[in-house]
Write a protein that binds this ligand. Structure first.
Ligand code: BG6
Length: 509
C-alpha cells in the first residue's frame, strides 16, 4: 500500500452522553447485533464514558438476570474475542424493565428509570429508542413515548427513535406510519434503519464513485450498457416463516436493500456529505425509477419459490415444507426484474435485479457492464466471444472490486482473452469483522442521519413495488415451486435477461 491510510482517515470522537433504550430486548436482534455492536464501539473507544442501556421486553427479569443473559450471549455473538474487563464495564451500565408496551404505566416506569440512570451515569437526558419490536408496535410505542414526555427535546438535550425494518407493508401503510409517528416526532428525530447502509462495502460505493476522478466521466449511458444487481442467499427462510409468509422476497428485499444499492449506484454527486444532500440525490433516483404498468409487470418481473433440492448430497426442503409456512403457499422466495431510471444519465440503461433464498451461494454484487468496443481491428481473433469490460463491486461475502478487460494471450498468433484486475478488501485492510450496526448506532448518537432512510425515500420505494404487488396478488402464481433449492432460480429469470442479449454474471467470478 502506497499511502498510510491513517493519514486520510479521521479518528472518531466518543459519542456524546446517551441512554439507548431497546424495545424488544429479549429478541434475536438484540443479542446477535445490537449488544455486540455496542461492545465493538466500546472496544474502539467510541462509546462515551456516560452511556447506558435499558432493555425492555415482556419476560420478568431483574437487571442482574438480564446482565447475566447478555454475558452468555456475547460469548456466542461477539465478532471479536471478549475482553472480560471491558465487557464488565459495558454490562454494568445495562438495565432491564419488564414491560407491556401497550400499557401507559410502562412508560411511567421507564421515565422513572431513565431519571435514575441519568443520575447514575451522567447521561444528561439524551435518549435514543431502538424499536426492535414487531412493526405493529411502532406507532403505539411512539405515541406512548410522546404522551409520557419522553421524546421532548430542549436546549442541547436530544431524543431520537430508530425504527427497524419493515417500515410499512405497502405504500398506504408506510404513509400511515409516517403520519402517525410524525404526530409525536419531528423528521430529524426519526431514524429508519436499513442495515445494508451499515455495511462498509455499501458505504464504499460512494467513496469509490466520488473520491476517484476516473470513474465518474464514464458512469452513464454513453459508456454503460446495463447494470446487474444480485443479492443471493444460500439460506432458506429458516425460522422466520411466520413473517416471511406475509412478506415474500419482494417486500423483504427490494424497496429497502436493493433500492439502496440502486440509488447509491445511480445517484448524482451530492453537493456535500450532509445527510439531506446525500438523501436528496438518492431520493431523486428512486423517484426517477419508471413505474411499471400491469403489462410491464408481466413482461419485466419474475417471481419464484424454491422446491426441494439437493446440494452436496444433502436434501434441502421445499419452501412449502418449512416451519410456519402454508403447505400451499403462494409466497415468492425469489424475484427478478428489469427496471429503468428515467433521467439523462440512465435513460434506456436496464437495471436487472434479482434476489432469492436457497440459491447456490451467498453473494451480493453490483455489476457495471460497459458497452462493447468497436472491435473492427480484431475481426479474425475470435473477438465475438470476448466479454465486455465489466466492473464488479462485490459487497459480500468476499468484499472487493474487480475490472475485467481483454488482453493478448501470449504467443505468435494474435488471440484475445479476458483477464481481471482484482482488489480484495482483506488484502489491504485485513479482516475487520463487525455486525454492521456499529456505524448506524454511532451516527444516531451523533445526530447524523445520512445512512438512514428519509420518509420520502421509503414512500418512493413502496410506490415502485406497489404495481407489482397488485398484479401478483390479482394473478396468483400457477407454477410454484419453480426452482430447486440450491439452483440459481427460475428459468424465466434467465429468459428475462437473455431476451436482451445478456446473461447473469456468475457471482464470485
Ligand atoms: C433482512 C431480510 O432484511 O436481510 C432477510 O429480512 C435477509 O430475509 C437479510 O436474509 C439479508 O441480510 P444480509 O446482511 O445477510 O445480506
Amino acid at each position: 500500500m502506497d499511502t498510510d491510510l491513517s493519514e486520510i482517515t479521521q479518528a472518531g470522537q466518543p459519542a456524546p452522553p446517551a441512554v439507548m433504550v431497546i424495545f424488544g430486548a429479549s429478541g434475536d436482534l438484540t443479542k446477535r447485533k445490537l449488544i455486540p455492536a455496542l461492545y465493538n464501539l466500546a472496544r474502539q473507544n467510541l462509546l462515551g464514558e456516560h452511556f447506558a442501556v435499558i432493555g425492555l421486553a415482556r419476560s420478568d427479569m431483574s437487571h442482574d438476570e438480564f446482565r447475566q443473559k447478555l454475558t452468555e450471549d456475547i460469548k456466542e455473538f461477539a465478532t471479536h474475542e471478549v475482553d472480560a474487563e471491558l465487557w464488565a464495564k459495558v454490562v454494568k451500565s445495562v438495565y432491564y424493565l419488564p414491560a407491556d408496551l401497550t400499557d401507559a404505566q410502562t412508560y411511567e416506569k421507564l421515565a422513572a428509570l431513565l431519571a435514575e440512570v441519568d443520575k447514575n451515569h451522567g447521561t444528561q437526558g439524551n435518549y435514543f429508542y431502538y424499536l426492535a419490536t414487531a412493526p405493529s408496535f411502532f406507532a403505539p410505542v411512539v405515541e406512548q413515548l410522546g404522551k409520557a414526555g419522553l421524546v421532548e427535546q430542549s436546549g442541547s438535550r436530544w431524543r431520537r427513535v430508530i425504527f427497524e425494518k419493515p417500515f410499512g407493508h405497502d405504500l398506504e401503510s408506510a404513509r400511515r406510519l409516517n403520519a402517525d409517528i410524525r404526530d409525536s416526532l419531528k423528521e430529524n428525530q426519526i431514524y429508519r434503519i436499513d442495515h445494508y447502509l451499515g455495511k462498509e462495502t455499501v458505504q464504499n460505493i460512494l467513496v469509490f464513485r466520488f473520491a476517484n476522478g476516473i470513474f465518474e466521466p464514464i458512469w452513464n449511458r454513453r459508456y454503460i450498457d446495463h447494470i446487474q444487481i444480485t443479492v443471493s442467499e444460500s439460506v432458506g427462510v429458516e425460522q422466520r416463516g411466520g413473517y416471511y409468509e406475509n412478506s415474500g422476497a419482494l417486500r423483504d428485499m427490494v424497496p429497502n436493500h436493493i433500492f439502496q444499492l440502486i440509488s447509491l449506484t445511480a445517484m448524482e454527486p451530492p453537493i456535500s456529505f450532509a445527510a439531506d444532500a446525500v438523501r436528496d440525490e438518492q431520493s431523486k433516483v428512486l423517484r426517477a425509477i419508471q413505474h411499471l404498468t400491469p403489462e410491464d409487470v408481466l413482461s419485466r418481473t419474475v417471481r419464484g419459490q424454491y422446491g426441494e433440492g439437493k446440494v452436496n448430497g444433502e436434501t434441502l426442503p421445499a419452501y412449502r415444507s418449512e416451519a410456519h409456512v402454508d403447505p400451499n403457499s403462494g409466497t415468492e422466495s425469489y424475484v427478478a426484474m428489469k427496471l429503468f431510471v428515467d433521467n439523462w444519465r440512465w435513460a434506456y440503461v436496464p437495471f436487472y435485479v434479482r434476489t432469492g433464498k436457497r440459491l447456490p451461494k451467498r453473494a451480493t454484487e453490483i455489476v457495471i457492464q460497459f458497452h462493447r468496443a468497436p472491435f473492427i481491428l480484431f475481426r479474425q481473433t475470435g473477438v465475438e466471444k470476448l466479454g465486455r469490460n465489466r466492473l464488479v463491486l462485490r459487497l459480500q461475502p468476499d468484499e472487493g472490486i474487480s475490472l475485467s478487460f481483454g488482453a493478448k494471450i501470449p504467443g505468435p498468433v494474435l488471440r484475445l482473452g479476458e483477464v481481471n484486475m482484482d482488489f480484495q478488501y482483506t488484502d489491504y485492510f485485513g479482516s475487520t469483522p463487525s455486525t454492521g450496526y456499529e456505524r448506524l448506532l454511532y451516527d444516531c448518537m451523533l445526530g447524523d442521519a445520512t445512512l438512514f432512510q428519509r420518509a420520502d425515500m421509503v414512500e418512493a420505494g413502496w410506490e415502485i413495488v406497489e404495481p407489482i404487488l397488485d398484479v401478483w396478488k390479482a394473478l396468483p402464481p400457477r407454477h410454484f415451486p419453480n426452482y430447486a433449492a440450491g439452483s440459481w432460480g427460475p428459468k424465466e429469470a434467465d429468459e428475462l435477461i437473455e431476451a436482451d442479449g445478456h446473461e447473469w454474471t456468475k457471482c464470485g467470478v
